[in-house]
Design a protein around this ligand. Structure first.
Ligand SMILES: Cc1cc2nc3c(=O)[nH]c(=O)nc-3n(C[C@H](O)[C@H](O)[C@H](O)COP(=O)(O)OP(=O)(O)OC[C@H]3O[C@@H](n4cnc5c(N)ncnc54)[C@H](O)[C@@H]3O)c2cc1C
Length: 1010
């Protein structure tokens, strides 16, 4: 055993001995909290329900409401503890007022366990007590998730107040250790960066840094004057780099350059942590003044894992707990070895991690007065006491605030305390032995898996999911393409470079492509940059009737061969398309920024969706392509399979210029149809790019033809054409209905009944229930309504708010809208760009005038760019559900808010529309959520999240009523719309003899080679 390890064990045992001298349970508060935590650790289902109930409780006002939620959350408690809860619920029903208050009191008690005080005055009681115990403090103001600049400004003001108050109240206090006190001011304030700016966008750290710098400088200046210490807490990974950059920028400024009393957090659970720490140390050395680092493992482990899995990102955190522990130790060494420039604070409750830091410091000859241990308020009291007794400096992290903003903090602590892998649970609840708890984490890392469960590892073997077991959810064998993570500098640099490149190509002329040949026409249509209408993105040759005729003929000819091409080859074509898109990803996104005014992340989402369509449909074709036995019956075999329909006309909109076009084209092509694609005039350069990519991927001549032109001319002509068998359309209701009607007429020479796949608009509603989590509801409602300027067919245009919550919702909604960044989306971090063109601009403005007459204009953003088709985000209130702005599709950044009495009325209003595309519902009532799931009439119903942003395979997308024909793009059955089913039955009995077994699948029916 190494000498360090034996010293760690000796130290650890000493701490345990001190801890055991004052036995105390894991949770200092007995009673309700103790019981809840014990139940939570024994039963995962109970834990989930309990934490959800705790989360909603603070927002409930009446006793009856509390009891109703309690009943709903524990209605199906299926475990041995149910009787306790059931009795509680029964009792509560009899005396709701009393029980509601008792519950609230109990849960407040739980929160008080972790929150050091309601307000600044309150917290002083705690701080004085700790002072008497020889423990210092850092105070943190609760209040994460600011949704507006107003809230951020309030937070900054509260930080300032807190600072002044703490300095006043602690006058004459000294550092408990004395030695080294010059490094550790008594007053220590921890600040959460995200609470100081509501528009932080990982794509635009520079903007965040400017705004945050402005808010922080007065606080820092005052802290320095008062001799206080300021620490920047670290939050989610998305904000990590911005926080680090901000820290370095501010403390490199002349007025703060030699100030040593500033610190930042490094999270050891991050794979980047070591690089970040070295970067900070090198910066510190160049700066020439001390600074501090609080080393922690990290509080957002579950969140980071979930978020990155959802977006297809490599998970930034370690996946094995001992890896985080081992990294904590490695970073402890770096910190202590660089003690000359950085003051270390070890933020852990884990005795092994603490003992290791102590042993290492001794080995390196660093005096214990030169660093400190930090622990959270309400946790591991005996460890704090032991450390003080051993002569170490201990600081307690003391959150201050009300219950409501404190809920997310409380739930994080509850999760941490009940985590299967946590040290506190192992030591204090499961009584693990000292030997076990003090083992070297390096030895515990499972080397067989390096823990890096990245996308590749996870997806290996899953794409070929034909043999997926029955319990596999639909589409679960498909792994989505990842989004670009603009939190990484490299992604931002790539995007900037691509914008530069695309800018240099603006104004080019683009041909038609028919039968693999480029056809140049004199007549062109200009595609315009909506942010800057004097800028032509491209001149598109305009097809007329003769070109449409030619395209129909060559597509018909090409069908003969393409329809007989094995589906595997067709699937591989799509996979090549996806990989070319991946290679040209930033260029495609950049083009969307110029041509349709998409923001960076929106454009990237569109390209990702296009790649997903290709990969998903390739996979689906493999699942559908082979003839499948219909039924096992002796003596006969019947195989069902599919044939392509023929020539497909694909008419795409401009709002998802690559994804929707690519989705319809790839579905048609992979199923063996040939295609004439007609892009929207406003996004025809994107259409050409797609054509180019298919060509590069090897699409045979005539299989895909590119035909930009006027919908009213060539679109209408081809819809009626006898050689067109299938029309895939996404666009307005008006055009969709015309196509539907026209395609219903059988023309001379027509072979097939035309199939129309028709996706139209929506008048989508989001309902905010009276108990909704407004931190989420406001952000998501704003994003759903104003993301891409409200020009998504899934966008929310009606916000239905329950009376009880109306005042609070509106206050936060209006100030959140006021904080949105409107501008040219070439700049990263813009939320609202221009609408697509002059026609849209005029139409939306007319609707705004209509709204002014019909309702109350509650908010319209002021300073918007003068040039370009910018429409300010606009909110109407007092909207009658039958008003035009509440019924007609506006397709712009205009939101109508409708106040309703109760959920009955909310659902009735939501459903009272011609459309049925998307809907959203925000609530924390399980019963109401169930009701919404059952009763809201929409093709895609989203609970507690935005109503836009469907992901291929995960959220098959499409509506009914006047929103569409019920097809689901990105869904399992989408391809069926592009094919006709066929069954071939063969009698396989000869003279009473038949094979015993017939295979479930057989090869394609190919016929003799020609
Ligand atoms: C004073 C103080 C301030 C803090 N400030 C911050 C802050 O600003 N930002 C922040 O993010 N955190 C912060 N934390 C850390 C966080 O809140 C947790 O308290 C801390 O991670 C718990 O670690 P531990 O060493 O006490 O316990 P342990 O039980 O040893 O470790 C638990 C931690 O291990 C990690 N972990 C759990 N499961 C796994 C797994 N399967 N694979 C890999 N890793 C895993 C997680 O980080 C988890 O929190 C702070 C902690 C303290 C004490």
């Amino acid at each position: 055993m190494s000498s360090l390890q034996s010293e760690v064990e000796r130290r650890g045992e000493e701490i345990f001995a001190l801890v055991d001298r004052h036995p105390e349970s894991l949770f200092s508060k007995a009673g309700f909290y103790q019981r809840m935590m014990a139940l939570s650790m024994r039963d995962e289902h109970f834990k989930v329900q309990m934490f959800r109930f705790v989360d909603v409780l603070a927002s409930l006002r009446r006793g009856g409401e509390i009891v109703r939620h309690l009943d709903e959350y524990f209605d199906d408690t299926r475990n041995g503890f149910a009787p306790i809860i059931r009795t509680g619920v029964q009792l509560a029903k009899v005396v709701p007022w009393v029980s509601g208050q008792v519950l609230r009191w109990n849960v407040s008690g739980m929160a008080r366990q972790f929150i050091a005080g309601k307000n600044t005055r309150d917290v002083m009681k705690t701080l004085r007590k700790r002072r008497a115990q020889g423990i210092g403090f850092t105070v943190d103001l609760l209040g994460e998730a600011v949704v507006s600049e107003q809230e951020a400004t309030e937070y900054a003001a509260r930080c300032m107040d807190l600072l002044e108050h703490l300095v006043r109240e602690t006058e004459g206090w000294r550092d408990p250790l004395g030695d080294g006190e010059e490094l550790f001011p008594v007053v220590n304030l921890s600040v959460k960066i995200s609470a100081l700016y509501s528009q932080m966008n990982p794509a635009d750290p520079a903007d965040a840094i400017v705004h945050l710098g402005g808010k922080l400088r007065p606080i820092l200046r005052r802290a320095r004057e008062l001799g206080a210490f300021i620490n920047f807490d670290m939050e989610s990974y998305a904000h990590k780099n911005t926080t680090l950059e901000l820290f370095k920028m501010l403390f490199s400024e002349p007025e703060f350059l030699n100030w040593p009393h500033v610190g930042i957090v490094i999270q050891a659970y991050l794979r980047d942590a070591e690089e970040d720490l070295w970067n900070l140390i090198n910066w510190g050395r160049a700066r020439g003044a001390r600074f501090a680092v609080r080393l922690v493992k990290g509080a957002y482990w579950d969140y980071e894992k979930i978020k990155s899995r959802q977006n297809g990102w490599v998970v930034p955190v370690y996946l094995q707990k001992p890896e985080s522990d081992a990294n904590f130790e490695a970073l402890s060494r770096i910190l202590l070895e660089n003690e000359s420039i950085v003051t270390a604070a070890f933020g852990s409750h884990n005795v092994r991690s603490i003992a290791h830091a102590q042993a290492l410091a001794d080995e390196l000859g660093i005096d214990r007065s030169r660093f400190e241990f930090q622990l959270l308020y309400g946790m591991a009291g005996p460890v704090k006491r032991a450390l003080v007794e051993m002569g170490y400096r201990v600081r307690e992290y003391c959150p201050v605030g009300e219950l409501l903003p404190g809920m997310s903090y409380l739930v994080r602590r509850l999760l941490e305390n009940t985590s299967n892998e946590g040290f506190l649970r192992a030591k204090f609840s499961e009584n693990a032995s000292a030997e076990e708890l003090l083992r070297d984490p390096d030895e515990l890392v499972d080397q067989s898996s390096n823990g890096a469960e990245d996308l590749e590892t996870r997806t290996k073997g899953r794409h070929a999911g034909n043999g997926a077991p029955l319990e596999t959810p639909p589409a679960d064998t498909y792994e989505n393409a990842p989004l670009v993570n603009f939190a990484h500098r490299e992604s931002r640099d790539n995007m900037r470079a691509a914008l530069g490149k695309m800018r240099s190509q603006l104004g080019k002329k683009y041909p038609l492509v028919i039968d693999g040949k480029r056809i140049w026409m004199d007549k062109t249509i200009a595609s315009i940059n909506p942010s800057s209408p004097d800028q032509v993105v491209g001149h598109l040759c305009e097809a007329g009737i003769p070109e449409a005729e030619r395209a129909a003929t060559v597509a018909r000819d090409a069908f003969e061969q393409w329809s007989r091409t094995p589906f595997e080859k067709r699937a591989q074509l799509l996979e090549r398309v996806a990989s070319i898109m991946d290679r040209r990803r930033f260029e495609l996104s950049a083009l969307e920024v110029f041509e349709v005014g998409k923001q960076w992340a929106e454009a990237d989402g569109d390209v990702r969706e296009a790649m997903d369509f290709c990969l998903f449909y390739a996979q689906q074709m493999r699942l559908r392509g082979r003839p499948r036995l219909t039924q096992h019956v002796l003596g006969e075999e019947s195989y069902q399979h599919y044939w392509p329909r023929g020539v497909a006309l694909v008419v795409a909109p401009w709002n998802f210029p690559i994804a929707i076009m690519c989705g319809m084209v790839s579905a048609a092509i992979v199923t063996g149809n040939t295609v004439i694609m007609k892009p929207a005039e406003q996004s025809a350069v994107c259409g050409f790019m797609l054509m180019e990519i298919f060509e590069e991927a090897g699409v045979p001549p005539g299989v895909l033809n590119f035909l930009p032109g006027k919908g009213s001319v060539i679109g209408a002509h081809l819809v009626d054409h006898k050689d067109v068998d299938l029309i895939a359309f996404t666009g307005s209701r008006e055009v969709g209905l015309r196509i539907w009607e026209s395609a219903g007429k059988t023309r001379e020479g027509q072979r097939e009944l035309k199939r129309v796949i028709c996706e139209m608009g929506g008048k989508n509603a989001i309902i905010i229930d009276s108990d909704a989590d407004l931190d989420e509801a406001i952000v998501d409602a704003i994003y759903s309504a104003f993301g891409y300027q409200g020009q998504k067919c899934s966008a929310c245009s009606r916000l239905i708010v329950l009376e009880e919550n109306y005042g609070r919702v509106m206050e936060r909604l209006l100030s959140a809208a006021a904080s949105l960044r409107v501008g040219n989306p070439e700049q990263p971090g813009i939320t609202i760009g221009p609408v697509i063109d002059e026609t849209a601009y005029n139409r939306i403005r007319e609707y705004i005038e209509v709204g002014k007459n019909e309702a109350t204009l509650a908010y319209q953003k002021g300073d918007i760019p003068e040039k370009g088709y910018f429409i300010p985000p606009t909110i109407f209130t007092r909207v009658n559900p039958n008003a035009r702005v509440a019924c007609e599709e506006i397709f712009g950044p205009v939101l109508s808010v409708i106040k309703v009495q109760d959920l009955d009325e909310a659902i009735a209003v939501a459903n009272n529309t011609d459309f049925a595309l998307t809907a959203g519902f925000f609530s924390r009532s399980p019963a109401n959520i169930e009701r919404a799931k059952a009763e809201i009439i929409a093709g895609n119903v989203y609970i507690n999240r935005s109503c836009t942003g469907a992901v291929v395979g995960r959220h098959p997308f499409g509506g009914f009523k006047m929103s569409g024909g019920g097809t689901k793009a990105g869904g399992e059955d989408y391809l069926l719309n592009f094919m006709v089913p066929r069954v071939v039955t063969e009698n396989i009995m000869r003279h009473g003899f038949a094979p015993e077994e017939t295979p479930l699948y057989r090869d394609e029916f190919r016929g003799p080679k020609r």
